[in-house]
Write a protein that binds this ligand. Structure first.
Ligand code: ATP
Ligand code: MG
Ligand code: MG
Ligand code: MG
Length: 563
């Protein structure tokens, strides 16, 4: 491709909105332009890189036995009502109406649509297992779109869904996807950590995130150098060294009593700084209570009180049992809850605004319906924020943990029967019994992956593409295009590369050499061939973008060498 003919309007100035390197270089190298907040268009160079990443993903998905499909972006609300997510997904969902007032959304994710397809098409165990995927545009009205395509409101996701007859087979499908993900991110040249994660609004059990190590990452990775434990911040169940509270709360502000009754504990918690409740770790009657809560604070307070009540009554809580499961009622906010050794854990999902709800512990007969917070009681508990900090105990081996920042590029998890139950996606097993299909789901942010590659592969001048996803492999730079010898030799090489099926870009623009070299560094094509003064002797310069070394080389050897 010729730079003179292609739309590659590189920028000289630093765009004001770019806070991080990948955003800066994607704008400067003319890969993307902003259309509106969190909405980007892709120019030729950006589009080529997108296609390369998609191609790697396709190859690895196909290799793992997954089949590509394409779902619609416009999804009728009925499907989301069936799964119960229409009202709980929250403001991230773009909702719209057609001319007949029927409600739709622009798909932020596609569990419902895939489950709907499968419930209609799959009837027998003989048709399973099956894994389907698509590479498609997703829409999320992010609260804070930022960092260019890293967190945008319209983005491309590869999402895959597996359908199995039992949990053991799901483990196999999950492992296949796990391996495919490693191969994809390895091929993209990324350095990453796989961490234990929480499954968030999608629901489900085992959940792992692929985190690209980067200081600009919005996620925190808790990891242990001793035993290899790694988890994201929400999931990490690290405990402070001692439960003396010294490290949990700022010691100068709080002295924690060893509370024995809920009232004592509540009194204490009132003295804790009034901030958004996120994580509370507290010792209560010799039990360590860890409450990981997110979302609306008042509801969290209620939830917390219920947990404390349950502890007081010494209830045994089944692992992963939810209030919803226990009562069959849709409360919309209860997450898994259970005792893990001495640690009582309650995990809440993002909580929607709710007035009347169910309180109680996860035991049949321990619930009260239609409780109105405020009318029936008010629990004025305020707890401190505390995420894991360096030096906390690793939950696996007890050695001190470390923390680093990461970019979530992929997320895989076991959904189980959450969607197949809700939508009635069943199959007939060998014995003729009807059973729900066991599902898994697997996402990769395609655009975000590109941004992550740039974060890990750049210098102050620009991008340093790994060969695998570089928009072109070779760039030929004639130093002076009005010099006929240089021009002709460049054109000859350009043709030779094309004939050898090597993706080649030629900077045939009539510009100063300095400008062209700057653009070459910015664009980051892995191999640069400079055709300059020695063109007359049939000698050119070869330079890798990743190194400063310049090598003189005979024209006759160039294409062979690059191959
Ligand atoms: P995050 O925690 O960053 O908000 P998520 O957990 O909401 O991401 P998932 O629902 O797990 O995202 O979606 C699968 C993948 O899609 C993510 O791992 C990420 O790579 C990508 N992704 C999610 N949201 C965005 C976004 N707003 N812009 C670009 N990519 C995104
Ligand atoms: Mg998100
Ligand atoms: Mg996430
Ligand atoms: Mg995720």
């Amino acid at each position: 491709m010729r730079l003179s003919k292609q739309l590659i309007p590189t920028l000289r100035e630093i765009p004001a909105e770019a806070e991080i390197s990948s955003h800066l270089f994607m704008l400067k190298a003319a890969m993307i332009r902003k259309l509106a907040s969190g909405i980007y268009i892709y120019l030729p160079i950006g589009q080529r890189v997108l296609r390369k990443v998609e191609q790697i993903i396709r190859e690895e998905m196909d290799r793992a036995g997954a089949q590509e499909v394409l779902m619609s972006s416009l999804i009728p609300s009925e499907l989301w009502r069936e799964s119960g997510r229409w009202d709980v997904f929250g403001p991230e969902m773009f909702k719209l109406k057609d001319r007949n007032d029927r409600e739709f959304c622009l798909g932020p994710t596609h569990e419902e649509v895939f489950t709907d397809l499968i419930r209609n098409e799959i009837k027998s165990y003989r048709q399973l297992p099956i894994t389907l995927y698509q590479i498609q545009t997703k829409f999320r009205d992010e609260r804070r779109p930022r960092f260019g395509v890293m967190r945008s409101r319209e983005f491309i996701m590869k999402d895959a869904y597996s359908f199995d007859t039992d949990w053991d087979k799901l483990d196999v499908s999950f492992a296949q996807m796990y391996e495919a993900y490693c191969r994809i991110f390895d091929r993209c040249g990324l350095e990453y950590t796989v961490v234990e994660a929480d499954s968030g609004a999608m629901g489900g059990k085992d959940s792992k995130e692929f985190m690209v190590t980067s200081n600009v990452g919005e996620a925190s990775i808790v990891y242990c150098e001793n035993c290899g434990y790694a988890a994201n911040e929400e999931k990490a169940e690290c405990l402070p060294d001692t439960v003396s509270n010294e490290k949990m709360f700022p010691p100068e502000k709080i002295k924690t009593p060893d509370a024995r009754t809920i009232e004592e504990l509540v009194t204490f918690l009132k003295t804790v700084p009034n901030r958004f409740v996120k994580t509370l770790i507290y010792k209560f009657n010799d039990k360590i209570i860890a409450a990981l809560v997110r979302g609306d604070r008042e509801l969290n307070e209620v939830k917390l009180l219920n947990v404390l009540k349950a502890v007081e009554q010494d209830l045994e809580m089944a692992d992963s049992k939810t209030v919803e499961e226990a009562t069959g009622a849709k409360v919309g906010f209860a997450g898994p809850i259970g005792l893990k050794g001495d640690v009582l854990v309650i995990v809440d999902r993002e909580i929607p605004e709710m007035k009347n709800f169910i309180i109680g512990a996860n035991e049949t007969g321990y619930h009260i319906k239609n409780i109105n917070y405020g009318r029936d009681f008010k629990a004025d508990i305020v707890a401190d924020i505390r995420n894991a900090v360096e030096g906390d105990k690793c939950p696996k081996c007890g050695k001190p943990i470390k923390i680093k920042r990461g970019i979530e590029v992929g997320h895989i998890f076991k959904l189980g029967t959450k969607y197949s139950d809700a939508l009635g996606a069943n199959f007939i097993d060998e014995d003729g019994n009807e059973r729900p299909i066991i599902m898994g789901c697997y996402g990769i942010g395609v655009n975000r992956t590109i941004a992550a590659v740039i974060e890990q592969n750049h210098d102050e001048k620009g991008i340093i593409w790994p060969m695998s996803i570089a928009p072109y492999h070779v760039e030929i730079v004639p130093v002076n295009v009005s010099d006929h010898i240089q021009k002709n030799l460049s054109e000859r090489l350009y043709k030779e590369f094309q004939d050898a099926d090597i993706e080649v870009l030629i900077d045939d623009r009539d510009l100063r050499a300095g400008v062209k070299f700057n653009d070459a560094d910015l664009l980051g094509i892995p191999i640069r061939i400079t055709v300059g003064k020695k063109a007359g002797e049939n000698i050119v310069e070869l330079k890798l973008r990743s190194s400063d070394k310049v090598e003189e080389i005979a024209v006759s050897e160039v294409v062979e060498k690059v191959k």
